[in-house]
Design a protein around this ligand. Sequence first.
Ligand SMILES: [Zn+2]
Length: 243
Amino acid sequence: MLEELKKLEALQVIDSQIFNLEEELDTLPDKNDSLENEITEKENKISELKNAIELQATEKEKRDEILKKGEEKLKTITGKQSAIRNKEEYNALLREIDNTKRFNRDLIDEINEINREIEIKTEELNVTESDFMKEIEECRKQIAANSKRMEELDATIEKLYDKRDALAQNIRPAVYNKYQRILEASPNGKAIATADHRVCLGCNMTLPPELYNMVLRAVRIEVCPNCQCILIPNTDISKKTSE
Ligand SMILES: [Zn+2]
């Protein structure tokens, strides 16, 4: 039986590698999803800023148009001065000139205010855009690296499965099936633990003496009562003493 157990030990080495690689592989699609979301958020933020600036520019254009008309009006009514016939008309004209001038001045103030806002927002856009572009590029690089890693992992895992299938074929079916059941139920991909000095090295539990003796004799498969792993006696004495 010891020989079968040693084969299980070799199988476990491969299965642990598969387990770890599959764990890594599982995390990568989610990582890429959140990176894609990060890119979308940043792109949206840039669009929002651009839209806000565009809105302000439209508002400014509207006022420019009105101001143009106001200035034309001022020119026209100022030109009417020569046609004045009496004091009432003259006073009325002066009031109109004053009103138009005030209207135009208010518009110019508004336009200047909008120009300042556009300037501030454009500055903000420039800084944000250059920061975000760098960050988006980093995200894209990371996504590409993750995708490449996924392909590598797929290929490596496939090879490891071929290797483990070849090993599994040489293990007695009853032994292999027991191992497989424990492996599939295991949360950490472990179905094998070494028993050493009466301790299960899988979970560090001290084993009952009679169980430990059975493990040392290796006549049948013994399982740790705590972690359910198949217990393998530590036969690597030379390695132990050199440690
Ligand atoms: Zn254990």
